[in-house]
Design a protein around this ligand. Sequence first.
Ligand code: C2E
Ligand code: CA
Ligand code: CA
Length: 352
Amino acid sequence: EGAGGGEGERGPLQSTADGIIEGLSRPVQFDGELCHFGASVGSDIGMACASGPEIDPARLLANADIALYSAKGSGRGRAEYFTEELRKAAESSRILGNEIRKALEDGQFVAVYQPQVDAVTGELLGAEALARWRHPVRGLVNPGEFLPVAERLGVAPQLDQLILSQALTDLARWDAMGLHAPHLSVNVSAKRLADRNFHAFLAEGDFPKRRLSFEILETVFFDRMDDVTRHAIDIMQESGVLLEVDDFGTGHASLSSLLDLAPNRLKIARPFVTEIDQSDRHKQLVRSMIAVAQALGVDVIAEGVETRAQADTLIELGCVAMQGFYFGKPMTADAFTEDLRRRRDRRGRASA
Ligand code: C2E
Ligand code: CA
Ligand code: CA
C-alpha cells in the first residue's frame, strides 16, 4: 500500500517489497532459538516476531499488521515492531469502534452549540455546532475521544450528516419560536467532501442559504486540494452555503490557494489566541492573519478566546468576531435555547 508513483514504478517497488517479505519470513537462528518473522510492507513496515516450537503464522501476520498500522499512524516511511502494548491499544480501539457504530445507529450523537459574538457590541453572530456523544454510562463525551476512531472507521461523514441535520432542525425550531440565531457553522471532515450524500444535500439546497457555513480544516486544502475536494468546494459555493477555513494558521495553505478558494471567513486557530498576550511573535502572527483576511476581503473570527485581555488585544488588532469560553462554552440545544431567550428578553428591555 502507498507504494505510490506511476505504473512504471510499481513493478520494482513490488518486487523489493516481496523480497523484504520473503527475506523476513525466513527463520533466523538467534540466541540458540529459531525465530520466525512476519512482515507486512508498504511505504511503512510492520514487524512481528515469535520464537519457539509452535508458531501460528496467521497470528504472526496479524501482529505484523497491528505494528504496520501503528507505523502508518506515526508518519510515513516508518518501520515498527509489534508489542503487547500495541495489541492492547488495537483491541480497545476495536471495541470503541464497535461502540461508535452502535451509537450511530442508536442516535447517541448530539449537537452542542458554542456562541460566536461581536466582542465590541456583545451581539450574537451565530454559533458553531459541535458533536458530542451522549454515552449511556460516561455522559457527554468530547470529539477528541471518538472522532479519530470514527474517521478511521470511515463513519465521520455519517456523523457530520447527523450533526448537520440536528443543527438545521434546531435552527428551524428557533426560527419558529421567534428566537434569533442568525447563523450556524457546521464542521465538515475531509472524507465528507467526497461523500455522495453530501453532494446530494448541496444539490437539493434545502437549507437557509447564507445562514449556514461549513468549516473545513486548513490542512485539508494544504494536503489534498485534489479534484474531488475542488468539485465539492465548487458545488458548495454554487449552493449558497458559506465556507470557512477552520484552524487557520495551522495548515500552511498558500495565499494563492486561499485566493482560489474564495472562502467567506477565516477562523484564527486557538493556539495563536492563547499566546496572544504572552508573546509578541504570536501577536504579530495574529496581526498578519487578520491582514490576510482583509486582503482577501473575507471575514475573520478568533477561536478559543478565554480572557478579556485576549479579547481586547484582538479588538485592537481589528478582529471583533470571537468564539471561546470567555463568551460561552458549548451548550446543549436546550441550554442554547435558554441563552437565545435571555438575549431576546434583554433586547426587549433595551428597546422598551
Ligand atoms: P474545532 O472545530 O476547532 O472546535 C473548537 C473546539 O475548541 C471545540 O472542542 C470547543 O469546545 C473548543 N473550545 C472552544 N472555545 C474554547 C476555549 O476558550 N478554550 C478551550 N480550551 N477550548 C475551546 P470540541 O467540541 O472538543 O471539538 C474538538 C474538535 O473536534 C473540533 O475542533 C472539530 O475539529 C472536531 N469536531 C467537533 N464536532 C465535529 C463534527 O460534528 N464533525 C467533525 N468533522 N468534526 C467535529
Ligand atoms: Ca470547527
Ligand atoms: Ca477550530
